[in-house]
Ligand binder design. Sequence first.
Ligand SMILES: [Zn+2]
Length: 366
Amino acid sequence: MRNNTGFICDERYFWHDTGNGALFLPPGGWIEADEHGESPKSKRRIKNLLERSGFIDELTGIRPRAATQEEIEFVHRSSYVEKVKQLSDTLGGDAGELALVGRGSYEIALLSAGGVMTGVDAVMEGEVDNVYALTRPPGHHAETEQGMGFCLFNNVAVAARYAQKKYGLKRILILDWDVHHGNGTENVFYDDPDILFISLHQDGNFPPDRGAREDIGEDAGRGYNINIPLPAGTGNAGYRYALEKAVAPIADQFKPELILVSAGQDASVFDPLAQMMVTAQGFGEMGTIVKDIAERHCKGRLVACHEGGYSPAYVPFCTLRIIEALSGVQSKVIEDPYYNAIKGLPTEVLTKEQKEAVDQVIAITH
Ligand SMILES: [Zn+2]
C-alpha cells in the first residue's frame, strides 16, 4: 500500500550558508557574531525527528529535482537571477534586503524551488495525495526583482506558475500561514484571478508596511488577494477561527484545483522572530483544516512548502503535527514535550481583538 503523503528533502538544503549573525542581522557594530537566525538547525532537526521517531517510514520519500533558470524566470527577472548566480559563484553577499547568498547558494535555491515543483508533479500525477516539502532557502518574501527576508527565489510562486503551464490549472489556492506577510507571492499574483492568495500574518511584523487588509488585488485580480493580519498574541483559537470562518468559506467559493501552502512555523509560541502563541497541536489542526479543503475540492491535492520557523527546539514538533495531519497517521510522539511550559498560556482563548481582525476581513470579502 502506498503512503498518502510525500516527503521532499535533500541534504543540500542544509548546506545553504547564511554565515554569522544574530537573529536576522549580520554581525558588526554592537552585534556579536553568533549563528544566523535562518540557519539549517531547525530544518535539520525536523528531518531528524521524523527519522528518530520512525515516522519517516509512514511517508513516501521523493527526491527533488532542480528548477531550471528558465523556470525560475517564470517569476523572477533574469537580471536578478544572474545576480544571485554571480554572488553564489564568488564570495556571496546580499541579493536584496536581508537575502543572504552563500557560495553555492544558487544551485541550492534552484533545488529548493524545484522541490516544490517536484511536489506538484507528485500530487498532480497521483503518486501521493499530498506532500510536505522541507525546502531551504525559503521563498515567500522574494519579489520579482529582489530577494528579501532570507528568501532568494519564490519557491511557491515558481511552482504555481509551473502548475499553470504544465497542467493548465485555472484555480490555484496559495495559503501562506508563515507569521510574516507573503509580500513576494502577493506581488507576483496581485493582478492574477487564477491564483487566490491568502496570507495569515502577525500585523506589523515583517515587512512592517505590508499585508494590509485593504490590499485585495488589482485589475482582474481584484478580490483574489486576501490579507488577514492578526494581532500579536494570537494562538490556536485565533488561527482556527481565521481558517474556519474566513479561509475555508473563501476557498469553498473559489474551488481550487490545487492547494499550495507556504508553511512557516514561526507563529509558534517559542519563536524569536514573532510574538504569536500557536502550539504544535494548533499547527496540526491547521493542517487538518487545509487538508479537508483540499479533499472537498481537488482530491486532496496539496503541497506544503516549508518557509520560516526559528525555534530549533519547537519547530520540529509543530511540523511533525502538520505532517501527521496530512498523512492521517499519528506518530509515536504522542505528547508535546513542551506542554508543561505552555499549558497555562491563553492560546485557546479567542480575544475580542483577534475575532474583530478576522471579522473585518470577512466583511470585506462578502
Ligand atoms: Zn516567517
